[in-house]
Write a protein that binds this ligand. Structure first.
Ligand code: FUC
Length: 787
């Protein structure tokens, strides 16, 4: 089924422009007619250079901080963390836009029959309009196999393409924000991007020029930030290939006249090799890339790109039904989505999210950051970095279930780096073995706590990321892969074996200092010992690592130590309001913000499966109570998380109401980017996993069996539909078709031998399937049966 975003007018703001990306490179296209902008990104262009911000004073201060926390002196503990424990600098580096390619089309007058669109299946953005009797067509895609952006300008009359091209640095910056706080949307949206903004002077050392041989280049140096000197050089290079017509360099522009068509190949690179080495040669890289790409025709480049994209994208197909609302332009659908009946918008959002993950996270690229790979600023909100107390994890929630496991590779590679930088932090700050990462990281893999005690004093970021390493195994069960990440899991555990401390009750082992991200339990104070989320994450980390050791037949003593520690982690507790307690003490009713966006203590329900309607009904009920008290409305990602949680509670109607909020104009921009606000991509990805969780859940029973829930939270609004190509743990492919609100047929395709417990409503059916075989299941009178 064709999934397209489409519009009848030019983008007026960045959040109306359309994204293309190949993991490494990103571009936003505005669809201007007489003037066009491609806002450009390269995923290693961040400020600063290799640095290690660990504060050596921390080690001495931490025992005192622990004491203060156990004594209930939270304000003092928080002040001591601010004074002695935070990293130096206490902020990290920011992801930078490289700038833009500007195109001016001198011959173009008033445009009619205007349309621009993004075809998610073809991964190509197109602008089409006519002016003075000529129809103009502009196509843009980002090729992973050829590592370039490809733009073609053409017209239906020969010799009709006249264009001046030049590069320009990013047009604007923003004042820095107080860390962690919510931003005002007005501070973060571009004024009128299609009209060029020339207000910012060129950064020092920036060069833009047109070379006589036809390349346009922009070269520069990244920014210094927080005293960390900019250590990267970068280059954007466009090769302008003209059919018919003339091409002339002119100062910092290339001037094309009377062409039949123009193909512009854009390569971008920096001197970044890895988080320690910055000696790559961007010019040599770009020249080689462009020479290779220019040896292929546009059609060949497009065919290679689309084959590559479709290999991933087409694995999953979704149909949630179609109403007349689906005939309208995308921006209108978003504007009216709160009141319209438009199930196809949810399907479009689902496939758009998969498109965005494919476009922002590919083997060899950086992981998707807070904005994927798309950022038009030098100083974007929260540095557009990796916030690993929810946001980065959420980015990867849909990857395994929607069969984009390859896209997780950059995340795994980042954790590998963090295990090295984080080992230094563990040693220097805590005197501990293993490795630790706090609530944020960046291109340079900084791992020490930043921003302030109430945001950063949380040693669990690396441990949470380890769940993704494990899930990548669990969806595929490839022991060779598991052996490659086992040392990372083990190192993450070692840190906690060394730093968990005995609670004054003499029973529990708890984290201290820590916090429940980023919620204050009294005004201005978040530091605490053993918040619920930490215990839940550690239960998963210890159990998964012990399982991995057993599978790999290693480290029996270590497994015993993990199991002993795991038994002493505090259990989840139910508080006086019937809610799941966020902390060891029942503070929930008196916190400054009972509607806080984070729902950290519900990690146990989703993404983890420790809490479930079947196996821990009281805790599931308490989680529901917490969600009711917290309320549905939140930031974009906050709503995205709530969606997944309501799906796990198997409440399809509530999940659907939350999804509507997410798709509403407050939380979704005209280009379907998620609005925190401002734009933050995690909500897009949380939305995809939430829709998936409504249709299929892959869980573990306490005995360790793989349970597969079919249509666990199907809402009335989607009576008929299908989704094919989803994946469940253990290498199981799942296709679902439903009718009149009930399962019609489920086809299971096993990639490896396995046993699964299928569940639907009150019915369950154990199945065993051999690798490469399929099985078809039907629901008859509410009972699952193999056909
Ligand atoms: C966390 C969240 C904020 C924001 C930031 C990037 O600090 O609490 O809402 O998403 O990350």
């Amino acid at each position: 089924m064709a999934h397209r975003l489409w519009y009848t007018s030019t983008a007026k703001e960045w959040v109306e422009a359309l994204p293309v990306g190949n993991g490494r490179l990103g571009a936003m296209v505005f669809g201007g007619t007489a003037q066009e902008r491609l806002q450009l990104n390269e995923n290693t262009l961040w400020s600063g250079g290799p640095y290690d911000p660990v504060n050596p004073e921390a080690r001495e201060a931490l025992p005192e901080v622990r004491k203060l926390i156990f004594a209930g002196e939270f304000e003092k503990a928080s002040q001591l963390v601010d004074a002695k424990v935070l990293a130096k600098p206490s902020g990290q580096m920011a992801y930078q836009s490289i700038g833009e390619l500007r195109l001016v089309f001198p011959g173009i007058g008033a445009a009619n029959d205007y349309r621009r669109d993004l075809d998610l299946d073809g991964a190509i953005a197109t602008t089409r309009f006519s002016s003075k009797g000529v129809t103009h067509l502009r196509e843009l895609f980002a090729s992973a196999p050829d590592n370039v952006l490809v733009l073609r300008l053409s017209a239906d009359k020969s010799r009709s393409v006249d264009v001046d091209l030049t590069f320009r640095w990013p047009p604007r910056s923003r004042p820095a924000d107080p860390p962690g706080d919510e931003l005002k949307e007005a501070d973060t949206r571009s004024p009128s991007p299609v009209a060029f903004d020339d207000s910012t002077p060129a950064p020092a050392n920036l060069i833009v020029r047109a070379l006589p041989d036809g390349d346009l280049v922009m070269q520069g140096r990244n920014a210094t930030r927080l005293g960390v000197p900019g250590a990267l050089t970068y280059e954007a290079r466009a090769r302008v290939i003209v059919a018919g017509g003339t091409r002339q360099p002119s100062g910092s522009s290339i001037v094309v006249r009377g062409a039949d068509s123009v193909v512009v190949l854009i390569a971008m690179a920096t001197s970044y090799r890895d988080y320690q080495r910055v000696d790559a040669d961007p010019t040599a890289l770009n020249e080689a890339t462009l020479d290779r790409a220019a040896s292929r025709s546009f059609d060949e480049l497009l065919a290679r790109h689309q084959a590559d994209h479709r290999r991933l994208f087409r694995r999953v197909q979704i149909d949630l039904g179609r109403t007349p609302a689906a005939e309208r332009p995308t921006d209108e659908r978003v504007r009216t989505s709160l009141t319209s009946d438009d199930p196809a918008l949810a399907a479009l959002y689902f496939q758009y999210g998969r498109y965005l993950l494919i476009a922002s996270s590919r083997p060899g690229s950086q992981p998707a950051n807070l904005q994927g790979v798309w950022n038009d600023m030098l100083d974007p909100p929260w540095g557009s970095k990796y916030t690993i107390n929810i946001n980065t994890e959420m980015n990867y929630w849909p990857a395994e279930p929607t069969d984009l496991g390859e896209c997780v590779e950059p995340l795994i590679a980042m954790v590998r780096d963090l295990s090295i930088t984080g080992a230094k932090t563990a040693q220097a700050m805590y005197g501990a073995r293993g490795w630790v990462a706090h609530h944020n990281t960046d291109l340079w893999r900084a791992t020490a706590p930043i921003d302030g005690a109430r945001y950063g004093m949380w040693p669990m970021g690396g441990a949470w990321l380890c769940l993704h390493l494990w899930d990548h195994y669990d969806y595929n069960r490839d022991a060779r892969y598991l052996a490659t990440v086992y040392p990372l899991l083990k190192g993450a555990c070692e840190f906690f074996l060394d730093t968990l401390v005995e609670h004054p009750n003499g029973q529990w082992l708890v984290t201290n200092p820590s916090m429940s991200p980023e919620n204050e339990h009294r005004p201005g104070v978040a530091v605490a010992a053993g918040p619920a989320m930490d215990n839940q994450i550690l239960r998963d980390l210890f159990a998964n690592t012990a399982k991995a050791a057993r599978i790999l037949d290693r480290d029996a003593d270590f497994v015993a130590a993990l199991e002993a520690a795991r038994k002493r982690l505090p259990p989840d507790r139910i508080g006086s309001q019937g809610q799941l307690q966020e902390w060891l003490e029942d503070w929930d009713a008196n916190v400054p913000d009972i509607h806080h966006r984070h729902v950290s203590h519900l990690y146990g329900l989703y993404p983890s499966g420790q809490i479930s309607v079947d196996h821990t009904p009281e805790l599931a009920q308490a989680a529901r109570r917490t969600l009711e008290i917290r309320g549905d409305d939140a930031t974009g990602w906050g709503i995205g998380w709530r969606l997944n949680l309501w799906a796990r509670l198997r409440d399809g109607e509530h999940a659907h109401a939350v999804l509507k909020l997410l798709l509403g104009p407050q939380r979704t921009y005209p280009n379907l980017f998620d609005a925190h606000p401002p734009f933050q991509i995690d909500g897009n990805f949380g939305g995809v996993s939430g829709i998936t969780e409504m249709l299929l859940q892959s869980l573990k029973s306490p005995a360790g069996d793989d349970e597969v829930w079919l249509l666990p939270a199907l809402p009335k609004a989607w009576p008929d539909g299908s989704i094919t190509g989803l994946r469940a743990r253990g290498g199981l492919g799942v296709d679902l078709h439903w009718q009149a609100g009930a399962l019609r047929e489920c086809r299971l395709n096993a990639a490896r031998d396995g046993h699964w417990m299928l569940r639907s409503g009150r019915s369950s059916l154990p199945v065993s399937i051999k690798a490469g075989r399929s099985l078809t299941i039907r629901l008859r009178d509410g009972v699952l049966a193999a056909t």
